[in-house]
Design a binder for this molecule. Structure first.
Ligand code: ZN
Length: 227
């Protein structure tokens, strides 16, 4: 039976104290894996729980952890901090055919505070993606091809911007983390592939071949004007 006041429960301590403790360690922050409830609860809106100096240090640590992983986005709950904060950055080191098919253009570093998104248009784009909290696996997720993102930056300045291509995928994935949603919740589960299987079989710019071989559906391509 739990005692009324459980001093050992890290969730009972103020978030700032827990962040200070995380930042006291050397090196990248430990990344929380699927199965930890922190990844399944909506994160708290950021309302100054960390002072400006601590927020800057935390954002720096998130960025270093994302680089070390390596990854193109990291949300605070992935390091066990239940705040609506994420970082994104993608240098997009991919071949030209992949860049063209996936819209994988470079996304400069940015901090998303209290982000939310909505679809722009009805088009959907389906590609393999992965998550640092689900190591070793990838799956095809059909996402909005374009989204409008509203957020604050790390200085509290409002952001209201449209994203397309791979950057749209990244901001949806990271914002979903802050709502307790993992990409697997939206994935075509029959596409689930180990990193080894993806490297061996599914590196084509688009997932049509994987869809045919593994037996999952892809969204219909929007019909354009006759060529
Ligand atoms: Zn993720």
């Amino acid at each position: 039976m739990a005692s009324v006041v459980d001093q050992t429960n890290p969730n009972d301590r103020p978030i700032a104290e827990r962040v200070e403790e995380l930042l006291a360690r050397e090196g990248p922050l430990p990344i929380v894996a699927a199965g930890d409830p922190v990844l399944r609860r909506p994160a708290e809106p950021f309302e100054g729980q960390l002072g400006p100096a601590l927020l800057a240090r935390f954002v720096g640590a998130l960025r270093r952890t994302m680089h070390a992983a390596p990854g193109v986005g990291l949300a605070a709950p992935q390091v066990g901090v239940p705040l609506r904060i994420a970082v994104v950055e993608d240098p997009a080191p991919v071949p030209a055919d992949v860049r063209a098919a996936r819209g994988r253009v470079p996304l400069p570093f940015r901090v998303l505070v209290n982000p939310s998104y909505e679809a722009v248009g009805a088009e959907r784009a389906a590609f393999f993606e992965g998550c640092l909290s689900v190591p070793g696996w990838q799956a095809v997720v059909a996402r909005h091809a374009r989204v409008r993102l509203r957020a604050l930056d790390e200085h509290g300045v409002a952001v209201d911007e449209e994203f397309g291509g791979w950057p749209a995928r990244i901001v949806q994935h990271e914002t979903d983390h802050l709502d307790g949603t993992l990409y697997l919740d939206r994935a075509e589960l029959r596409s689930l592939s180990s990193n080894e299987a993806v490297a061996e079989r599914w590196t084509q710019p688009t997932p049509e071949r994987a869809a045919a071989a593994l037996g999952f559906a892809l969204p219909k391509r929007p019909s354009g004007p006759p060529a």
